[in-house]
Ligand binder design. Structure first.
Ligand SMILES: Cc1cc2nc3c(=O)[nH]c(=O)nc-3n(C[C@H](O)[C@H](O)[C@H](O)COP(=O)(O)O)c2cc1C
Length: 165
């Protein structure tokens, strides 16, 4: 079974989460391709697809959401998992957590996981710094790779069941 893991990431935190998921699934013997979503030109070769994105202003990165929108029907016929990487401390009052629950429903995903991310304040652009200054969330790396590994294990086990069916 060929599996694609594709990510939308601006500052690399989500890319590393996706890479970790790809490695965990490959360790179960699956053939896994890991790509930035903007580099994916087709998904026809894959039976299972895992798409994740960083969340900015409640939205996924456009390459990741674009991948879902461009292949919605095709994805619906495959086994799909979705994950978001974000910081709830950066969600403005009244703003939805992110748009990915809608994507998960649209493509009938097995699951939509949310993982905490990372804020490297010094690397942000001027506008991003202004927002972060106003919201004043804790800065740093809040990723929990044990949580990511646990989720990847559940996905891999389900893939094994599907491959055996
Ligand atoms: C300007 C800015 C806006 C953000 N907006 C949100 C948001 O609306 N919801 C959320 O959950 N996380 C938000 N975050 C947190 C990012 O999703 C988090 O830092 C993530 O790890 C970034 O991933 P990346 O390094 O792959 O780009 C925001 C971060 C920044 C810097």
């Amino acid at each position: 079974m060929k599996v694609l893991v594709a990510v939308g990431s601006k500052y690399g935190a989500t890319r590393e989460v996706g890479r970790r998921i790809a490695d965990a699934i490959a360790a179960h013997g699956f053939e896994v391709d890991f790509e930035d979503a903007c580099d994916v030109h087709g998904i026809q070769y894959y039976e299972a697809v895992i798409i994740g994105s960083a969340v900015y202003g409640g939205l996924w990165r456009r390459d990741a959401s674009g991948l879902i929108k461009a292949h919605r029907d095709e994805l619906r016929a495959k086994d799909v998992w979705i994950f978001s990487v974000g910081m709830e401390t950066v969600v403005k009052p009244g703003q939805p957590l992110d748009e990915a629950d809608g994507f998960a429903t649209e493509v009938a995903a097995h699951d939509h996981a949310r993982f905490p991310g990372r804020i490297l304040y010094d690397r942000l652009n001027v506008g991003e710094k202004a927002l972060i200054k106003a919201l004043n969330p804790p800065k740093g790396d809040f990723r929990d790779f044990t949580q990511v590994d646990d989720w990847a294990e559940v996905v891999a086990k389900r893939l094994e069941e599907l491959a055996a069916a």
